[in-house]
Design a binder for this molecule. Structure first.
Ligand code: NAI
Length: 335
C-alpha cells in the first residue's frame, strides 16, 4: 500500500473542518487508492469538537484512514504535514476594526507559518481557507522563508464553483458544459468573476447570457453569494466551502479536473489564489486569484488571456485591496 499522505486541518473542531474531514478520509481528496493520515490542530477551546469528530472517524471505519492525531501546538500539528488546510482563523465580528482583525490573524498565521517552515514535510502544500484568506496566506508565507513561496495558496475555488454553478443555472445549461470562468483578485466582495473567456458548450458565455447580466448582476451575485447563503440558511457556507477546499487540493495534487493533466491552450482551468510573480499586472508577492491549471503537481497561471478595459479595471480594483491589506499587515509588523 502507498505511504499515507499527512493532512493537517486547523480549526478541525469547527464547521468546515467537520464537513471536510470525513470526505478526505473517504478518498475524495486523493482518490480511492491513497491512504491518508489526519492531524487535527485546534486551540484548547476547540479541542473537544476535534476529539468528538475523531471518535466519529473511528466509527466510519474508513479503509484509507491510517491515523488521527489531535494537537494544540502548531509544531506538533504540522509535523510531517504534506498538505496543510488552514481553516481556523479569527473572522471579523461586529464592531471589529480592520487593524484588530489583521493583528488577531497575524497572531495565528505568523506562528503557523513558522511551524510549517520548521516541521512540515519538504513537499508541503498549504491552502488557507480562514478569512481574510489571501492576506492570512501572505502572513503565513512570509513567516516560512524556507518553503517555496508557490506552495502557499488561498481558497477562491468556492467563488469559482459558485460562478460556474450560477452561470449554468442562469443559462439552463449543464455544469459540465461550462469552461473558462475566472475569479480574479481577493476572496472578498471586490473579487471579479470574469466571463470574458467563458464558454457554454461551443458558444461564448457572454453571447448566451448577455453582457448586461454577465458583467452586471452576475458579478454582484457571485461576490455576495456568501451573504445570500447566510441570509437564507441562517448560517455561513460550510459544506460548499469544504467541497471547494477538497477540489483545490485534489486538482493541485492530481491535475486540474478534466484537463487530463495537460497544459495545452484548450485544457480547462480553475481559479486559485497564487503567489504572484507579476502575471496580469498583479504585483510580485501578493497572493491573488488568477486562472490556473495544475500540471505535474504544480499550479501554472494560464497565459496570454486578453484583458479588455472593463476586466482591467475590475482586476485592478480587487488587487489594490490586496495591496492595501499587505501594507496594513506590514505596518503592524506581521510580515
Ligand atoms: P468555525 O468558527 O466553525 O470554526 C473555526 C475553528 O477554528 C474553531 O473550532 C476554532 O476553535 C478554531 N481555531 C481558531 N483559532 C485557531 C488556531 N489558532 N489554531 C487552530 N484552530 C483555531 O468556523 P468555520 O465555519 O469552520 O469557518 C472557518 C473559516 O473559514 C472562517 O474564517 C470563515 O470566514 C472562513 N471561510 C472561508 C471561505 C473561503 O472561501 N475562503 C468560505 C467559508 C468560510
Amino acid at each position: 500500500q502507498a505511504t499515507p499522505i499527512t493532512v493537517t486541518i486547523t480549526g478541525a473542531g469547527g464547521q468546515i473542518g467537520y464537513a471536510a474531514m470525513f470526505r478526505i478520509a473517504s478518498g475524495a481528496m486523493f482518490g480511492p487508492d491513497q491512504p491518508v493520515a489526519l492531524r487535527l490542530l485546534e486551540i484548547p477551546q476547540g479541542v473537544k469538537g476535534a476529539e468528538g469528530a475523531a471518535l466519529e472517524l473511528t466509527d466510519c471505519a474508513f479503509p484509507l484512514l491510517t491515523s488521527v492525531d489531535i494537537a494544540t501546538e502548531p509544531a506538533q500539528g504540522f509535523d510531517g504535514a504534506n498538505v496543510a488546510l488552514l481553516i481556523g482563523s479569527r473572522p471579523r465580528t461586529a464592531g471589529m476594526e480592520r487593524a484588530d482583525l489583521l493583528a488577531a490573524n497575524g497572531a495565528i498565521f505568523g506562528p503557523q507559518g513558522r511551524a510549517i517552515n520548521d516541521h512540515a514535510a519538504d513537499d508541503v502544500r498549504v491552502l488557507v481557507v480562514g478569512n481574510p484568506a489571501n492576506t492570512n496566506a501572505l502572513i503565513a508565507q512570509r513567516n516560512a522563508p524556507d518553503v517555496p513561496a508557490e506552495r502557499f495558496t488561498a481558497l477562491t475555488r468556492l467563488d469559482h464553483n459558485r460562478a460556474v454553478g450560477l452561470l449554468a443555472e442562469h443559462a439552463g445549461a449543464a455544469v459540465a458544459e461550462v469552461s473558462g470562468v475566472t475569479i480574479w483578485g481577493n476572496h472578498s466582495t471586490t473579487q471579479y468573476p470574469d466571463l470574458s473567456h467563458a464558454r457554454i458548450g461551443d458558444r461564448a458565455a457572454l453571447d448566451v447570457v448577455g453582457a448586461d447580466w454577465g458583467r452586471g448582476a452576475y458579478i454582484d451575485r457571485v461576490a455576495n453569494r456568501g451573504a445570500e447563503i447566510i441570509e437564507v440558511r441562517g448560517g455561513s457556507s460550510v459544506a460548499s466551502a469544504a467541497n471547494a477546499a477538497i477540489d483545490h487540493v485534489r486538482d493541485w495534487v492530481l491535475g486540474t479536473a478534466g484537463s487530463g493533466g495537460g497544459s495545452d491552450d484548450a485544457a480547462p482551468w480553475t481559479s486559485v489564489s497564487l503567489y504572484s510573480t507579476g502575471a496580469y499586472g498583479v504585483p510580485d508577492g501578493l497572493i491573488a486569484s488568477v486562472p490556473a491549471r495544475s500540471v505535474g503537481g504544480q499550479w501554472q497561471v494560464v497565459e496570454g488571456l486578453e484583458i479588455d478595459e472593463f476586466s482591467r479595471s475590475r482586476i485592478d480594483a480587487s488587487v489594490a485591496e490586496l495591496a492595501a491589506e499587505r501594507d496594513q499587515v506590514s505596518e503592524l509588523g506581521l510580515i
